[in-house]
Design a protein around this ligand. Structure first.
Ligand code: SF4
Length: 420
């Protein structure tokens, strides 16, 4: 359910070619990551739990419905084994997370004992003493107070609930199988268990949704008084049932003008409620921003565990195999379960960081940009910045440049200019 901007850049397959034949990881490539990756401390850890109760019609994240508890126990065994692969040896990146994020899929679908074993197992593998934020995504109706209490007692301090809408017809349109009341009871369970940092995910521009029904969902979410809200416009990903229904004319996508009106209403409404936007789709009380996501948008390094999990270490990127069986087989043979490896050039990293930071409300911060890349964004984009400012798409502020309200409407196109 987590949404990190997905960007494709020209892949550099030099090392991938050395490491694989016809895309298949080779047996002699155990600990391949230690051969070429920089020896840095990696401060982010992501773990992908590939199980869902049911496949929502808009979702293109890798997940499998209807898996047995035995399969989930086996997943826990293997993901801990994959983690151990990163903890062993004396070379390569050192995983010492400051933030941990369990996404999916539906992590809260893991049975309580399996989840406890996973949480404690990770503590035995990695040094987690620096972790300040540990988030787990939950679906409403998959947790009760006992489950939340176990998470809290195990060191998890932030939960994210996929509410998506508080309108039953819109939930049905998305093929979500929970009731709006399930969100309320899940939030109560989380509060009763002691959680002080909660997020609710919402989706707007759902077919049939009106501005009035979106306002009602926003108000219902605000009434829960969570510290963080994520609001995403519905996207029609290839090969999803909702896209097939749209193509066949069974449903009609929201007009772009309505979607933009919903975006701008959301920004005003949530800012007035004390949760200003800090990123295009994310809103928080000051200090309650998601640290893992901020790390992504500032080009940080993270290791991903589990099938389909993405990783990034100083310009090296790869994604684990998006197939549970293939991932299981790779981990069991102590082979890297990566299916794709990219190495960005220095110029690509600079462009990508600009693109990511532009998603943030503060935009490209010149000092932080220089600190992270060694280059001055004003010089690097000496032609582009005045051109975009002349078009009214970005504006300069005391510390850098950011999207204007008009720029926000075409944010992807503006961001794309920086990696062109
Ligand atoms: S619960 Fe989340 S990950 Fe699972 S199918 Fe629905 S949107 Fe996708």
């Amino acid at each position: 359910m987590s949404r990190v901007a997905r960007h494709r850049v020209q892949p550099c397959y030099d090392v991938f070619v050395q490491l694989s034949v016809a895309g298949q990881p080779q047996t002699d490539l155990v600990n391949w990551q230690r051969r070429g990756l920089p020896e840095i401390v990696v401060a982010g850890l992501y773990l992908h739990v590939p199980f869902c109760f049911h496949k929502c019609h808009y979702c293109d994240f890798y997940s499998l419905p209807r898996q047995t508890p035995e399969r989930m126990e086996r997943f826990v065994d293997l993901v801990l084994r994959e983690a151990q692969g990163w903890a062993q040896g004396s070379r390569g990146p050192v995983v010492r997370p400051e933030s941990v994020f369990f996404g999916g899929g539906t992590p809260s679908l893991l049975p309580v004992d399996a989840m406890r074993r996973l949480l404690h197992g990770l503590r035995n593998v990695f040094d987690l003493s620096a972790v300040t934020e540990w988030t787990i995504e939950c679906n409403p109706a998959t947790v009760d107070v006992a489950y939340c209490r176990m998470l809290h007692e195990s060191g998890v301090n932030r939960l994210s609930f996929g509410a998506q809408s508080f309108d039953e017809r819109e939930l049905a349109m998305l093929e979500r199988h929970h009731h709006p009341d399930d969100v309320r009871s899940s939030i109560k369970s989380a509060r009763d268990a002691g959680f002080e940092r909660l997020n609710v995910d919402l989706i707007y521009a759902i077919p049939g949704q009106t501005m009035a029904s979106w306002e009602k969902s926003l108000d219902a979410a605000l009434a829960l008084e969570t510290e963080h809200l994520s609001c995403y416009g519905l996207t029609y990903e290839p090969n999803t049932p909702i896209t097939a229904r749209q193509r066949s004319g069974q449903i009609v996508a929201a007009e772009e003008s309505l979607e933009l009106a919903m975006l701008h209403h959301t920004r005003r409404r949530l800012a007035a409620a004390g949760l200003p936007a800090y990123e295009i789709s994310n809103y928080a009380r000051p200090g309650a921003e998601c640290r893992q996501n901020l790390m992504y948008w500032n080009g940080g390094s993270y290791i991903g565990l589990g099938p389909a999990a993405a990783s990034h270490v100083q310009g090296w990127r790869w994604k684990n195999r998006s197939d549970l069986r293939a991932w299981e087989a790779g981990v069991e043979r102590d082979e890297p379960p990566a299916a794709d490896v990219e190495c960005l050039t220095a110029r690509q990293r600079i462009g990508e960081l600009a693109m990511l930071q532009l998603r943030l409300t503060r935009g490209i911060d010149f000092d932080s940009f220089h600190h992270l890349t060694g280059v001055d964004a004003r010089h690097e984009f000496a032609d582009l910045l005045p051109r975009l400012a002349g078009l009214g798409l970005i504006e300069q502020h005391a510390h850098g440049v950011r999207l204007t309200e008009s720029g926000l409407n075409v944010a992807d196109a503006v961001s794309g200019e920086f990696i062109g």
